[in-house]
Design a binder for this molecule. Structure first.
Ligand SMILES: Cc1ncc(COP(=O)(O)O)c(C=O)c1O
Length: 402
């Protein structure tokens, strides 16, 4: 009888059996491929006619579990079935969704104040492929309606936009998109499902950079899209063709982050509200953008659309003076750290005009409602009193004489 060689035997060692008890933590499935009992089973799984996994770019149990968990949170109040797809980054989710829902000759109406790479995707790459985007003031519902054309396929906005924390009127935008036969796509990265669930307010697809609040610890990059069966079948097909699949290790970390999302975000929102109120009273401050403050233009909408007491955790503080005043203020902070990104446990601060909006002149910034000295804070989990004391001391030190 033929005796197998050591290499064949090494490759045929028994795989770990599935444990009889469900592990409390969903395991990380790193396998890129799966073993089938028959060619028929392989063909059926690939064709989507039988449940299962075939190849890691298509699905892994770890990424699917994460996507399903986000879908459960975003769809908590929906009476229709919603599905999630996980991506390697927020931009993976944005680009796959926009490519899935448009095509040459299609038209997009997008908010003028959206994340910079989403803007350049729409204004550059997608325009080159024949998708035309009109950028509008998303708070001007009449302007949005006027921009819609018969070929409008997508209305795109962010629940809360950077850095002014502009709140989108999702029900009004959803109504306009519906009438036009278009899909309202909402990037809800700044809000998270712990603050607002856009699918309950007229969105067709909601997107996230999971790198931010969902992961929450500044240690994993990912994205996610959630929506009804029809748009998500198209988004899924685009994801598979384009390839920005979420790696299993990242999916594990992001899924773990999701478990504490409501706790973290509730606390971050509470601290942000206290921080905004404490800093707004400082004599060197020109304005504070935070929808929890009664004077913010989105205050009323946030009351209607957001969960009680949760108004987001990004606060933009604009000291009096120009760019130098803003940079000096950021440099004088000691508890907050100067850094990119948002949504993590550490409070991060950044001077807007020299970083996220560096391409804009002072005049362009002012036209967009942003002061040249604006500093954006992503409020973390430090004690709120310490954050407010830090900002007030930094304002005294950098702008005290103003
Ligand atoms: C609102 C928003 N959308 C999308 C993205 C892109 O996310 P990612 O960096 O995970 O690709 C970001 C990143 O900062 C963002 O702030």
């Amino acid at each position: 009888m033929h005796q197998q060689g050591e290499n064949t035997r090494a490759l045929g060692l028994p795989a770990a059996p599935a444990p009889p008890q469900r592990p409390l933590r969903a395991p990380v499935h790193r396998s890129t491929t799966y073993a089938f009992g028959s060619s028929r089973e392989y063909a059926d799984v690939l064709a989507g006619e039988a449940p299962g996994y075939s190849y890691a770019r298509i699905d892994t149990p770890t990424a699917s579990a994460f996507a399903a968990a986000v879908a459960a949170m975003e769809g908590a109040g929906c009476d229709r079935e919603v599905r999630g797809e996980a991506f390697a980054s927020g931009m993976g989710a944005v680009s796959s969704t926009l490519l899935a829902l448009t095509g040459a000759g299609a038209h997009v109406v997008a908010s003028r104040s959206i994340y910079g790479n989403t803007y350049s995707l729409l204004d550059g790459l997608l325009r080159r492929f024949g998708v035309h985007t009109d950028f509008v003031d998303i708070t001007d519902t009449a302007a949005v309606r006027a921009a819609v054309r018969p070929e409008t396929a997508v209305v795109f906005t962010e629940t809360l936009s950077n850095p002014t924390m502009t709140v989108s009127d999702l029900p009004a935008l959803g109504g306009i998109a519906d009438e036009a036969g278009a899909v309202l796509v909402v990037d809800s990265t700044f809000a998270t499902p712990a603050v607002c669930r856009p699918l309950e307010h007229g969105a067709g697809v909601v997107l996230h950079s999971a790198t931010k609040y969902i992961g929450g610890h500044s240690d994993a990059t990912g994205g996610v899209a959630v929506g009804g069966a029809d748009p998500m079948a198209r988004v899924r097909a685009a994801r598979i063709d384009l390839g920005p699949c979420l790696a299993p290790d990242e999916a594990f970390l992001l899924h773990r982050g999701l478990e504490t999302l409501p706790l973290r975000v509730a606390r971050q929102c509470e601290s942000a509200a206290a921080f905004a109120a404490a800093v707004a009273g400082h004599p060197a401050v020109e304005r504070v953008d935070y929808p929890g403050l009664p004077g913010h233009p989105g205050h009323g909408l946030a009351e209607r659309l957001f969960d009680a007491g949760r108004r987001g955790a990004v606060v933009t503080v604009t000291p009096r003076g120009g760019r130098e005043a803003g940079m000096a203020f950021a440099d004088a902070l000691r508890t907050a750290t100067i850094g990119a990104s948002l949504g993590g446990t550490h409070t991060l601060a950044g001077h807007v005009g020299s970083t996220t909006h560096r391409q804009m002149s002072d005049t362009a910034l002012r036209e967009a409602g942003i002061g040249p000295a604006a500093v954006r804070f992503s409020i973390g989990l430090e004690d709120a009193d310490d954050l407010a004391a830090d900002a007030r001391a930094a304002l005294d030190a950098a702008c005290g004489g103003r």
